[in-house]
Design a protein around this ligand. Structure first.
Ligand SMILES: NC(=O)c1ccc[n+]([C@@H]2O[C@H](COP(=O)([O-])OP(=O)(O)OC[C@H]3O[C@@H](n4cnc5c(N)ncnc54)[C@H](O)[C@@H]3O)[C@@H](O)[C@H]2O)c1
Ligand SMILES: O=C(O)C1=N[C@H](C(=O)O)CCC1
Length: 249
């Protein structure tokens, strides 16, 4: 039996995880953490990781970047591995994650799907072919309730491209008020919000008279929830360290 604490249990991803876990006999939600108190839940709810007195086998986090410091403090104090799916983490948050991973196992990715991991690998191979003559742009589309932009995944894909480039790219977040031609070193990142789109990312390589578009589309949030559960099972077998999809897939 894998005992899980859900951080952000009352959010959209937290609820998706609750539904999936309730149907899995070998998974149990020991407690939830959320600053948003909701209807009664079939497990104990804490408003902050700092209040949480129980220890699980693993914590799964889909919450908000502002919560990451307290979450890491709890996980390090309790020596609990943590799967971090929350996006919009700043440099300071990433440094805290790095430090905590010296004590506990941490899995972090901005996208829990297999497809984005595969796309990220494809991009690294594609860059040498396109780098000289093709402009690169990323368009991401998400539901109207998403609070951060651009998506963590768009940045993940941009970083995969940039790592493979000999001449590093400058990220442009939209082109509003930019009255200039597009440079070959520009990498435009554009966010679209609307409806219930669970997640879509398109990478465009646009060259002289030809265009390639690579699109990854998610049709349900359960893709991310199942990926996070897979990561949790993977993580509980590991020693301290920082792990990502590349370690698991
Ligand atoms: N890595 C992935 O594959 C992946 C997939 C989907 C979503 N996400 C990310 O996960 C996060 C959550 O997504 P969501 O759609 O569930 O959002 P949401 O807004 O529906 O849910 C977030 C939940 O976290 C809670 N929360 C916020 N601040 C908190 C705090 N300080 N302490 C405790 N709880 C707090 C909120 O009350 C809310 O219930 C976002 O950053 C999103 O980008 C990542
Ligand atoms: O729904 C969200 O919010 C998502 N966030 C992640 C991101 O920012 O990349 C992954 C896709 C869904």
């Amino acid at each position: 039996m894998l005992n899980i604490i859900l951080h952000g249990c009352n959010g959209k991803m937290g609820k998706t995880l609750q539904e999936i876990i309730s149907k899995e006999p070998d998974l149990n939600i020991l407690a939830g953490i959320d600053q948003n108190i909701s209807d009664p839940l079939p497990f104990k709810l804490y408003m902050s990781p700092l209040d949480c007195e129980v220890k699980a086998d693993v914590v799964i986090d889909f919450s908000h970047h502002s919560a990451i410091k307290d979450l890491l403090e709890y996980c390090v104090r309790m020596k609990v591995p943590v799967v971090i799916a929350t996006t919009a983490l700043g440099d300071e948050d990433l440094e805290l994650i790095q430090q905590a991973s010296e004590v506990i196992p941490i899995f972090r990715t901005a996208n829990m799907s297999i497809g984005i991991n595969a796309l990220s690998r494809m991009l690294k191979h594609a860059v040498p072919v396109f780098e000289e003559d093709f402009n690169v742009e990323i368009i991401e589309k998400h539901h109207h309730k998403k609070v951060d932009s651009p998506s963590g995944t768009a940045l993940l894909l941009a970083n995969s491209i940039n790592e493979a480039c000999t001449k590093k790219k400058d990220y442009l977040y939209g082109r509003h008020s930019k009255n200039d031609q597009c440079k070959i070193t520009d990498l435009g990142i554009h966010a679209v919000r609307g409806g219930t789109i669970p997640g879509e990312h398109t990478v465009i390589f646009a060259g002289p008279d030809e265009v390639i578009e690579l699109t990854h589309r998610v049709y349900s949030k359960s893709v991310f929830a199942l990926g996070a559960l897979k990561a949790a099972k993977f993580l509980v077998t590991k020693n301290s360290g920082l792990y990502s999809m590349e370690d698991m897939v």
